[in-house]
Design a protein around this ligand. Structure first.
Ligand code: AMP
Length: 439
């Protein structure tokens, strides 16, 4: 299949060709024709599948027709959970819409209101927004959503995780009921299904099976931590081991990353922090020092470590679990590169139980629990959801209490093996269109 088959405006296909895209990805092959036909879509697809173009291209196509409605509000509204994603989407809109006259803008928290108010005071075609700040503008009457023709909910599961459920409902309620709604989510659980049931109208369902989630040559382990101080003790014990030749320690926030690096340095470790508040130059210098073996431990946030390619990382330690399951896969993929083996160790406290369950659902197996003599957790972490039990939890005193079977992974199975291929998708017999990468 080629992009020509979608019969998009020439200005759009030209931009796609200039991007070097030859064939649509599976999510694009399925979603673009459905979206162009005006249907609502509920798609489970994660970052890396080409989902951004799957909603941006139909949105741009819509803009090739004039709106019949008066006013200056946006015709396309794209909600996304984070600033990084908002920026990526805005870049994609500019890239794919470069031969069109599209007025787009971004509404984000933590940024000055003045510029955003200026954006909203003149006609705009596409707004990319995080829900919290958009609600502010909506409640102050600074944005009118009555002209919205397409509402996109990107990474809906993450928006719910971040507590945006009510905001998303309010925003959708301010859009016309006859709008088209396209919802994308890496995972589908009860909450996302409920959101879909509230906001979508008889949607087409698309399911893109995850690519191979976790490499077999990466050994994954889990330590249950009672609290923060327990996590610190576990970490000290692990990094004192000579097996840890080079490790990345993932922490939830920039501040925690900095303070953990400072503490470890004071304790005599060769360590540096890596996070998004550092200049690109400082980040490059740190990564280079890690590559040259000058630094043994790198304490990092997800954003900074995305795509980080340093060979010889023996361990990835998740001091805090990521909220998004796909980040877990990105994180542990920093070790075991180029066929080498690697070890990924995660700490989970009771507060992170829902993240742990989400990760285990996503990778299609449970993480085997390990305990360090003298540092055993006082409280067990009992997963509420039943799920498929993957690797044996031989080292866990809670292993026997776990359900042996239950809800399978996202698509009933762990992701199919093999590298990512963007081959031909197939239509399932039921209402859900499923694509699985070739093994
Ligand atoms: P996304 O999942 O939207 O974040 O996209 C992942 C990456 O795939 C981005 O770098 C896109 O530029 C790229 N991409 C999207 N669609 C295609 C395509 N049809 N062919 C090649 N690359 C693509």
């Amino acid at each position: 299949m080629t992009f020509a088959k979608f019969e998009l405006a020439q200005k759009i296909t030209q931009a796609i060709t200039e991007c070097g895209y030859e064939t649509p990805t599976p999510v694009q092959s399925l979603a673009i024709p459905m979206a162009l036909s005006g249907r609502d879509i509920l798609a489970s697809a994660q970052t890396g599948t080409g989902k951004t173009a799957a909603f941006v291209l139909p949105a741009l196509q819509l803009l090739t027709n004039r709106s019949t409605l008066r006013g200056i509000g946006p015709r396309i509204l794209i909600l996304t959970p984070t600033r990084e994603l908002a920026k990526q989407i805005t870049d994609a809109v500019r890239l794919y819409g470069r031969h069109m006259h599209v007025k787009s803008g971004v509404i984000l928290g933590g940024m000055p209101y003045r510029e955003q108010l200026r954006l909203l005071s003149s006609p705009v075609d596409i707004i990319v927004a995080t829900p919290g700040r958009l609600i502010d503008h909506l409640e102050r009457g600074k944005i009118n959503l009555s002209r919205v023709e397409i509402l996109v909910l990107d990474e809906a599961d993450r928006m719910l995780d971040m507590g945006f459920s009510e905001d998303v409902d309010k925003i959708a309620a301010a859009c016309p009921t006859q709008r088209q709604t396209l919802m994308f989510s890496a995972t589908m659980d009860r909450e996302t299904s409920r959101l879909a049931a509230r906001l979508l109208n008889n949607p087409e369902r698309i399911e893109i099976a995850p690519e191979k989630m976790t490499a077999d040559h990466i050994e994954q382990r889990l330590h249950i931590a009672d609290d923060l101080s327990h996590k610190h003790k576990l970490l000290r014990h692990l990094i004192d081991s000579t097996d840890v030749s080079k490790a990345i320690i993932f922490s939830a926030t920039k501040r925690d990353t900095d303070s953990l690096a400072v503490d470890l340095k004071a304790e005599g470790h060769s360590v540096a922090a890596l996070h998004g508040d550092m200049t690109q130059g400082a980040r490059n210098k740190t990564i280079d020092a890690m590559r040259r073996g000058k630094i043994r431990l790198l304490v990092a946030t997800d954003v900074a470590a995305r795509g980080l390619d340093v060979s010889g990382i023996s361990h990835v330690i998740n001091f805090d679990l990521p909220k998004a399951a796909e980040d877990y896969v990105h994180r542990i993929g920093r070790t075991g590169r180029a066929g080498a083996s690697g070890i990924a160790i995660s700490f989970a406290s009771i507060k992170e139980l829902s993240y742990l369950e989400r990760i285990e659902r996503y990778i299609g197996k449970s993480l085997p629990e390990e305990q360090i003599p003298g540092l055993e957790p006082i409280r067990p972490l009992q997963r509420l959801s039943s799920r498929k039990s993957g690797s044996g939890n031989t080292n866990s005193r809670y292993a026997g209490k776990r359900p042996s079977s239950g809800a399978p992974g996202r698509n009933g199975k762990p992701g199919a093996a093999g590298k990512k291929t963007w081959g031909k998708p197939r239509k399932a017999s039921g209402p859900v269109v499923v694509y699985r990468p070739a093994s």
